[in-house]
Design a protein around this ligand. Sequence first.
Ligand code: ZN
Length: 146
Amino acid sequence: MIGRLESKPVKPGKPDRRERDSELRRRALKLSGSYLPGAPEPVSVRWVSNQSTRWGSATPSRKTIRLSDQLKGMPSWVIDYVLLHELAHLLVPSHGKHFWDLLSVYPQLEQARAFLDGVSFAAGRGLSGQDLPESSGSEGLSPDSS
Ligand SMILES: [Zn+2]
């Protein structure tokens, strides 16, 4: 006779939202330590889905940072830039010279800004970023076929 096996409670595979958000906070703390020594530690850093016009936002008085989940899937150095940008806002609320001086230590600063500008531009134009072949005809990227 085979006895019943003691079954351990199985943990769900996916971490819940809270865990993922604290992972995001750890990432922010690491960035802050590398590029913004002396900056205030964020109390909370989380993904939000109701933020469609801004990539990120910060509330310096509460030391909280929110990132748009539209950033998910973008290169990590782009997400890091947005995190760093919002971390810098905990020190400097406005986009003055001092603000950009703080961010200038980030190596991919200009690339990340250009990347996000490009994404915004394409979104405004309704472009998907893919040059899909047409079923008929052979028009390429250029609308000017002369
Ligand atoms: Zn800003």
